[in-house]
Design a protein around this ligand. Structure first.
Ligand code: SF4
Length: 354
């Protein structure tokens, strides 16, 4: 199970705190190539670690904006990882403006290097909301881009944006449902440290959306996506039956993985059976492992509970002995999960249980 972080974006979105750099137009080709060379060196250096995590056989290229990278660089990366395949799922994150600019041939070329699944950040189909988010595409661009994608398609949308009325959200969700993507992720806007949004709030330029409005957004999503036949398998993720994301589902089960690229995290099992998390430094080339920690039994248990309760598979009853499970739903296999009508307050329920 391999994750690759591509640290480039063409602009910064209001809410984002992911590590990325805006390439300088006069030397972006050199930056892309330096990044790619560093990544190829890291793949070479971590071959045995990669081989040890291939049980799931998934590859995920995320960012940043992977579709900002030229095709030649993506081909070099896919070629270097070919020997670990074939992959059951090969996802790449794309932005609508890149798909529209680069066109059908780009999508075909990505399919030819093995991509099976596209994850596209649409976020909203309301131009005013998109402009507030500082996204580079508009609604028309997102529609056009979706029409060009082939294979498995996942669409990201954002809820809980200040001034996003329920009517605005309904319009976006209804239209996206009409596209019938195999997968939909819907994340509630959160205020991340270091994001432009954090500064806007500090400066009094905007306010968080009221909690009641956010709850309405979430309840609307749950109802409309269920009616449209989507399986709500994780707190923020829905899929048509049989199209659940394999890679992300494995994260929620705490399957070991290798994260390559600047800022990427990894989880591996040590020779003595301990679980080790490590993370890379953040720079566009020449990054290295910046730190690592051995997870304690208690940390492993808490992560298992936190991640398990995000999903409809829930958590084994054996991890909850002596806890008050009255707000949970008991499943026939002995697991407990948070019922859908309480998922909006999942964080509170989980922190009480932990
Ligand atoms: S949301 Fe995506 S495109 Fe926007 S700044 Fe963050 S990583 Fe870049």
């Amino acid at each position: 199970m391999i994750y690759i972080h591509v640290p480039f974006c063409r602009s910064y979105c209001t809410y984002c705190d992911f590590y990325s750099e805006i390439p300088c137009s006069n030397r972006e080709g050199a930056d892309f190539q330096c990044y790619t060379c560093s990544l190829l060196s890291e793949i070479e250096a971590r071959r045995s670690e990669i081989s040890a995590t291939l049980g799931m056989n998934t590859l995920y290229i995320g960012g940043g904006t992977p579709s900002a990278l030229p095709l030649e660089n993506l081909k070099q990366i896919a070629d270097a990882l070919k020997c670990f395949g074939p992959y059951r799922e090969f996802t790449i994150e794309v932005n609508p403006e890149d798909i529209v600019d680069k066109g059908d041939a780009y999508v075909e070329a990505l399919r030819a290097i093995g991509v099976t699944r596209f994850s596209m950040g649409v976020q909203s189909l309301d131009d005013k909301m998109l402009s507030w988010m500082n996204r580079r595409h508009n609604a028309a661009g997102a529609r056009k881009a979706f029409g060009l994608l082939k294979g498995e398609r996942s669409v990201d949308i954002i809820t809980g944006v200040p001034d996003m009325s329920i009517e605005i959200l309904e319009k976006t969700v209804d239209e996206v449902i009409g596209w019938r993507p195999e997968h939909i992720s819907a994340y509630q806007l959160s205020i991340e440290e270091g994001s432009a949004l954090e500064k806007m709030i500090e400066d009094g330029k905007t306010d968080e959306a009221p909690e009641e409005e956010c709850r309405k957004h979430y309840e609307f999503l749950c109802t409309s996506l269920k009616t449209a036949g989507y399986h709500h398998y994780e707190i923020s993720n829905w899929s048509l039956p049989g199209h659940e994301a394999l890679h992300n589902s494995a994260y929620w089960k705490r399957v070991p993985y290798v994260g390559l690229g600047p800022g990427a995290h990894s989880l591996r099992i040590g020779e003595d059976g301990t679980q080790i998390r490590s993370w890379n430094s953040k720079q566009i080339s020449g990054w290295s492992v910046k730190g690592s920690e051995i997870l304690s039994e208690q940390e492993i248990r808490e992560e298992t509970i936190m991640l398990g309760f995000r999903t409809d598979k829930g958590v084994s009853g054996s991890l909850l002995e002596g806890r008050d499970c009255s707000l949970l739903e008991a499943l026939p296999n002995g697991n407990y999960r948070i019922p859908e009508n309480r998922l909006f307050v999942a964080d509170d329920i989980i922190s009480d249980l932990i």
